[in-house]
Design a protein around this ligand. Structure first.
Ligand code: ASP
Length: 433
């Protein structure tokens, strides 16, 4: 009994990052061994441990967004909110659009595609999820007609919109001259502050479980895919990862240089959230780590408390690159041709919007890919060749998701640092000044 207790303690005390990395390696090795011995699917009772991890992350998403965004928006002083908000949103959108363009360039260079026969064999596994095809309705749909319905249906963009409006109004009421209103607003702020703190605590708990969840999910990916259609998928993976690397070097490196931020010092601090995002595949799950990095970078809390929760949900540069590469892969695999210029333009617009609407949880980007395909007039209907190709992408999603999430999180931190620098909101002792 005594020994068991101390093992548990030792487990809790061991650095969570290393624990998850070890889970990843164990999962990969187990998956390869399983695939080599002809086992392609894990028994349901084992795969349950992976599902539990994904569900736990999904569980926290809505309360996490509400808590952190209301607190974030209401912590910004009314004098700064407009200036910070506009700058953050513009830089987030611009970097995401660059991401899709880089993705499309990579896809055109590598031209990843699979043979149709191979695609057809997998067709039955396709999810066939589709979303809205009209980009303008994507914009109007951001405004909820019923807040409760948005919360219940987990319509992320609508919840973000309302949480921001709510938080902004709260920040004005907090400094009201009317004592009654100011004190009520402060109480309300404390309630949301507590909600945000509780959510952070739950996330830390989930991260203690993550090594087990990650091991199982990775074992599944390796067991399922084995050598099957490996070539095409390796090309997709290479195109995505070179795109991710280019984005870091060209877009983030360029931005940091333009804003005269010390690149080396910045990346030294950005390394921890980068690795955490890589192994957890969740921008939201990484949020506490990203916040700590921002604090260590000497960024004013007023900026990052607002921009990082927002970025974890709406700024997804890695997801944008992935959308560009995968849309090309799907069209090339199923129609044997590349993308027309008009289609590429549409993909840039749709994928930028899709990356905003992608929740910061594992695998969310893959669902949004279906929306992008619907938008360019190639809906993923069940049983079609396109659905088969889409299922293949879903098969390697865990691997692609690692890279794109790491990029998503690095993007949030980069943009936050740039806006803070521009607004002269870096602390005196900031190492990146
Ligand atoms: N997993 C990603 C994130 O949390 C979202 C995605 O699936 O693209 O940032």
């Amino acid at each position: 009994m005594e020994q068991k207790k101390s093992f548990f303690r030792a487990y809790l005390d061991f650095n969570v990052l290393y624990k998850i990395l070890i889970g990843l390696i164990i999962g990969a090795i187990a998956g390869i061994i399983l695939a080599a011995s002809g086992v392609t699917a894990l028994p349901a009772w084992i795969s349950m441990f992976g599902t539990i991890f994904t569900r736990l992350l999904k569980m926290i998403i809505i309360p996490m967004i509400v808590g952190s965004l209301v607190v974030g928006a209401s912590s910004v002083s009314p004098a700064n909110v407009g200036k910070i908000g506009i700058r953050v949103i513009i830089i987030y959108l611009a970097t995401s659009a660059c991401g899709v363009i880089i993705g499309l360039i990579m896809a055109n260079i590598f031209r990843p595609h699979a043979a149709l026969a191979a695609v057809e064999a997998l067709a039955s596994g396709a999810a066939g999820k589709t979303g809205s095809s009209d980009p303008w309705s994507v914009i109007t749909n951001i405004i909820p007609t019923s807040v409760l319905t948005s919360l219940v249906n987990e319509t992320v963009l609508q919840v973000i919109f309302f949480a921001l409006v709510f938080g902004l109004c709260l920040s004005f009421l907090k400094i009201s001259k009317d004592e009654r209103i100011a004190s009520a607003a402060k109480t309300m702020y404390q309630i949301f502050d507590c909600l945000a703190e509780v959510m952070m605590m739950i996330v830390r708990g989930i991260m203690q479980y993550a090594p087990i969840g990650v091991a199982v999910l990775i074992a599944e990916v390796f067991a399922k895919n084995g050598a099957k259609v490996a070539g095409a998928l390796v090309m997709v993976t290479i195109a995505c990862f070179i795109g991710y690397a280019l984005h870091i070097i060209v877009v983030y490196g360029g931005l940091l240089k333009i804003y005269k931020i010390k690149v080396g010092k910045f990346f030294k601090e950005a390394r921890t959230p980068f690795i955490t995002a890589f192994v957890t595949r969740s921008s939201n799950g990484t949020l506490p780590t990203t916040m700590t990095a921002a604090e260590n970078l000497g960024i004013d809390k007023e900026v990052y408390a607002f921009s990082l929760p927002l970025g974890a949900t709406i700024n997804m540069d890695g997801t944008a690159i992935y959308q560009g590469v995968c849309a090309f892969f799907l069209v090339m695999s199923c129609y044997g041709r590349g993308l027309a210029i008009g289609e590429m333009g549409m993909i840039v617009l749709l994928a930028t919007l899709a990356s905003i609407g992608t929740a910061g949880v594992p695998g969310a980007g893959a669902i949004m890919l279906a929306m992008v395909m619907q938008g360019i007039g190639m809906p993923i209907a069940e049983g079609t060749v396109l659905a088969g190709a889409y299922a293949m992408i879903l098969g390697i999603d865990a691997i692609l998701d690692m890279g794109r999430t790491a990029l998503n999180v690095t993007g949030d931190l980069t943009c936050t640092a740039c806006v803070a620098k521009q607004m002269k909101m870096l602390r005196e002792d900031s190492p990146i000044k």
